[in-house]
Design a protein around this ligand. Structure first.
Ligand code: GSH
Length: 238
């Protein structure tokens, strides 16, 4: 029987909330990466609705239709996964308009925190790149600013009903919670944020999330609950 397939790099960035939503929703999927598919880059171009310009993540539906644009896949206008995937009988994208707004707003805020790192991807010099990433998390840094806002927002979240917004925020926090595939992020950037920690632990301990990460032995970054102690050894893992 045909199943869903996700094409993405073997890292916990934009593709990870999609993997996690599928896992939480109990939707079986093939996790295709550059590590297990030698034709990854050719398939990316041929499958993407955007052709040559195509990027990943790409979600291929069981009938062969390929979806791109991570926001449209998990949230946004199409809200495909948020409608298809349920947790404890409730769709991950809320049907109530205000709850849906909260989920979207959480995704946007987590993206505000994530997106400044994009400015460092093109820095060729390793030391310069790591310094630029550390500066984003230093006092007054762009990512530190949004982490504080995320913490304040999560203080108001009852952390009772799982939404695509919670999953997205969880994954974006894990992207910067060492060990991470991103080099140069200082260990402990969320140490001062009790609500981010509480939110992390809530989601990391949900049965399908625990089950999903249980067999990701080869990648510390895929094991949120095991993360921070190893971080101090500055382990990186792509
Ligand atoms: N708007 C796109 C952006 C996707 C994106 O930036 N993908 C990057 C990886 S995170 C990529 O495919 N880079 C390789 C390439 O451009 O060929 C989305 O949200 O899906």
């Amino acid at each position: 029987m045909a199943i869903h397939e996700l094409l993405y790099f073997p890292v916990t960035a934009l593709g990870e909330p999609i993997r996690l939503a599928l896992a939480v929703g109990g939707v079986d999927f093939k996790n295709t990466t550059t590590r297990n598919d030698d034709t990854f880059h050719e398939r990316k171009k041929s499958l993407s609705p955007l052709g040559e310009a195509g990027q990943v993540p790409i979600l291929v539906l069981p009938d062969g239709k390929a979806l791109c644009q991570s926001r449209a896949i998990r949230g946004g206008r199409l809200r495909y996964l948020g409608k298809v995937c349920e947790f404890e009988g409730t769709p991950l994208y809320p049907t109530d308009p205000l709850a849906a707004y909260e989920a979207d707003a959480l995704i946007d805020l987590a993206d505000d925190m994530r997106s400044p790192v994009a400015s460092t991807f093109g820095i060729a010099d390793q030391a310069e790149k790591e310094a630029a990433r550390a500066a984003l998390w230093a006092e007054g840094g762009k990512q530190a600013k949004w982490a504080a806002a995320l913490d304040a927002t999560l203080a108001k979240d009852p952390m009772a009903t799982l939404t695509i917004g919670n999953l997205y925020a969880f994954c974006m926090v894990n992207m910067f919670r060492t060990p991470t595939f991103l080099d140069g992020v200082p260990p402990g950037v969320f140490d001062q944020y009790a609500n981010i920690a509480k939110h992390h632990d809530w989601i990391a301990n949900l049965a399908p999330v625990k089950a999903y990460y249980a067999d990701k032995e080869e990648r510390e970054a895929f094991k949120p609950l095991a993360a921070e102690p190893a971080a101090k050894k500055a382990k990186t893992d792509a």
